[in-house]
Ligand binder design. Structure first.
Ligand code: FRU
Length: 502
């Protein structure tokens, strides 16, 4: 015992010494992770406002994450592109702001490609050019009541993303008279060796093509009267994929909508079908709506250009335009979702998008501790609880013949907050109830129960939960049902579940 307490004291001294060293050297990264609700596993900027992920690209052994960023406040403002890099999609390093607004406007969302063949002729030296295509939003034109205040511009980097120059001939695509004309996602169309730009244009998507990234030709549009239209269309992505079972090629078109999501506010839908280099053809009936995520907090997500591996990697903004500017975090607002690998699969006759947490995250995720309310004192719980972890739940529905509501998990704390996860058998619906789970008064809709309907009708319900301080991400049935939600408990939440996989 004595030995133990001696070594404890020695350890304490070392810790104090290291802390002094760290604070005297001015390195204070550690204190960021102690802020209330600061996620550990998710990327969040040190300070101020962030929304959409932009320019997701893998280059030179690193994943680059750019994002809509306003360095001047914790609410949306004149947009810049913030920048962070990671070698594993899990540990991010925030870098200086990459792209600043200029006389043509704010820098809205867009994408980055690596110009391997130097089609734009901007390569200097050996390093391939990284080319960013983004939207210019001209606030002056907007104020004057013009409708052509959004155009597409270009910036490029000759040093692997460290510094960015604006292209002198900007804008590269003028506005044809469409008020919402933005968020270009550029990809390389292999069969015809040309660039394709997928652009949101009001209530639809437009496709353009180019040989050199500088001159763009209109090809076609898709989406009028197709899918969900509760809000303006934004942040599209066109992805070529292979059905995991049949091996057949399919094209998936992601489209975010500003309002009218399955649980209110903004959300992302997807279409599946065929793209022939000119047109996208929806394989479903026009009225059918498929959601990437049934939760409230995954918006404007797109995939990485050139990511290694067999599956596209997707990342979204983990918030909702309904309340994003009021969430109670400080001194930053918003995080990105956990990166997800995308697959497609035919389920009950329809092609479905599966979103799964990237497998490498498993080595970072701890197991939850299971708590019974009475086992420990409040102080012990507060000190020892692990507040980010993954939990896997599997239930056989036939084991619950008499229940319509199955309690899957519950989180609680001594402040009286409760977060609940349940399954309603007769409706095939998973419910996440954050109505009593902590701070919620910043918006009248935040406390609503969030519901997601299963696509699969299997008797086995399989769920992975990822909890990280202020967020819960749920992946059910191989990722055919995903629900990402924010939660702001007054104090850390303790986890309890009788259905947990051991
Ligand atoms: C989506 C969005 C984009 C736009 C950006 C502005 O969240 O509205 O359409 O480019 O945010 O920050």
């Amino acid at each position: 015992m004595k030995n133990n307490s001696n070594s404890f004291l020695a350890m304490k001294k070392i810790v104090i010494f290291v802390c002094l060293l760290v604070s005297s050297s001015g390195w204070s990264q550690s204190h960021f992770f102690r802020e209330r609700w600061r996620p550990e596993l998710h990327f969040s900027p040190r300070a101020n406002w962030m929304n959409d992920p932009n320019g997701l690209v893998y280059y030179g052994g690193q994943y680059h994450l750019f994002y809509q960023y306003y360095p001047g406040a914790m609410v949306w403002g004149p947009m810049h592109w913030g920048h962070a890099v990671s070698s594993d999609l899990l540990h991010w390093k925030e870098l200086p702001i990459a792209i600043y607004p200029d006389t043509l406007g704010y820098i809205f969302s867009g994408s980055i490609v690596v110009d391997e063949l130097n089609t734009a002729g901007l390569q200097r030296g050996k390093e391939k050019t990284m080319v960013a295509i983004y939207t210019y939003h001209d606030p002056v034109g907007e104020k004057k009541g013009k409708i052509d205040f959004q155009t597409q511009g270009m910036a490029y980097s000759n040093d692997g993303g460290a510094s960015w120059k604006k292209y002198k001939g900007n804008p590269v695509l003028n506005n044809p008279g469409i008020k919402d004309f933005r968020d270009p996602k550029v990809s390389w169309y292999i069969p015809e060796k040309k660039w394709i730009m997928t652009l949101a244009a009001g209530d639809r998507v437009q496709f353009y093509s180019s040989r050199n990234l500088k001159e763009w030709t209109y090809l076609s549009s898709f989406g009028e009267k197709e899918g969900a239209h509760g809000g303006v269309w934004e942040c599209p992505d066109l992805i070529r994929m292979q059905d995991a079972d049949t091996g057949k090629e399919k094209w998936v078109l992601l489209v975010s909508i500003g309002n009218g999501g399955p649980n209110g506010g903004s959300a992302t839908q997807y279409f599946t079908g065929h793209f022939d280099g000119k047109r996208f053809i929806n394989e479903e009936k026009a009225a059918m709506v498929k959601w990437v995520d049934e939760g409230t907090d995954n918006y404007a997500g797109v995939t990485f250009y050139n990511a290694p591996g067999n599956h596209p990697i997707f990342m979204g903004w983990m918030s909702n335009w309904e309340y994003a500017q009021q969430v109670p975090t400080s001194p930053w607002r918003s995080a990105m979702t956990i990166p997800r690998q995308l697959k497609i699969k035919t389920i009950e006759g329809h092609t479905r998008l599966l979103s799964q947490s990237i497998p490498s995250i498993n080595r970072m995720l701890r197991k939850p501790r299971l708590w019974e309310k009475s086992t420990l004192s409040a102080l012990q719980r507060e000190n020892y609880i692990v507040d980010n972890y993954a939990a896997n739940i599997t239930i056989q529905l036939s084991d619950y013949p008499l229940q319509d509501t199955i309690q899957l998990a519950q989180w609680f704390n001594d402040k009286g907050d409760t977060l609940e996860l349940r399954y309603i058998v007769s409706q095939s619906v998973i419910e996440i109830d954050r109505s009593r789970a902590g701070v919620k008064d910043f918006h009248p809709n935040f406390g609503k129960i969030i519901r997601g309907k299963r696509i699969s009708n299997s008797n086995v319900l399989n769920i992975q939960l990822i909890m990280d301080r202020c967020s819960l991400e749920l992946f059910a049935d191989e990722g055919s049902l995903v629900m990402s939600v924010l939660v702001f408990p007054e104090q850390r939440l303790n986890f309890s579940s009788s259905t947990l996989n051991k």
